[in-house]
Design a protein around this ligand. Structure first.
Ligand code: RB5
Length: 143
């Protein structure tokens, strides 16, 4: 499995921890930045991650900004990207089961590292249910 990760300055610490955590699990990680805690613009990183998932360079994306909202909104401008803003394990599980989310977005300033790990674990092991949800997911795209 290949996973792309991204963040803005608010998510930098969680993104760095996540990189090590995923590598320890034997997962190939593509770190798309940012690379320091210096202030940056979250769309720049969201768009690169979304493109990498669109072209299947990465199977999934995981990203952070302070609230999760800005980076999530940016990703969801890309056709075929279903970025889910998740702040607990139940929402993360549902985002895979029902929405076939391909990017997991988390609010870095509102989660501790243990919460992030639990959310990531659930997101990565949960499979899309298909069935009636397939029909609904197909209706998301408007172009
Ligand atoms: C950065 O201060 C903050 O605005 C950003 O991380 C995010 O919360 C935006 O949605």
């Amino acid at each position: 499995m290949k996973i792309g990760i991204a963040c803005d300055h608010a998510g930098f610490t969680h993104k760095e921890n996540l990189k090590n955590y995923l590598k320890e699990k034997g997962i190939e990680v593509n770190d798309l930045g940012c690379y320091t805690e210096e202030s940056v613009d979250y769309p720049d990183f969201a768009h690169e991650l979304a493109k990498s998932v669109q072209i299947k360079k990465n199977d999934f994306g995981i990203q952070f900004c302070g609230t999760g909202n800005g980076i999530n909104m940016s990703s969801n401008k890309h056709e075929g990207i279903r970025s889910a803003l998740c702040w607990n394990t139940h929402i993360a599980e549902q985002s895979r089961l029902h929405n076939n989310a391909n990017i997991l977005t988390m609010p870095a300033r509102h989660l501790n590292w243990n919460e992030v790990k639990e959310i990531v674990d659930v997101f990565l092991i949960t499979k899309f249910e298909g069935g009636r949800h397939e029909r609904r997911v197909k209706k998301i795209n408007i172009s």
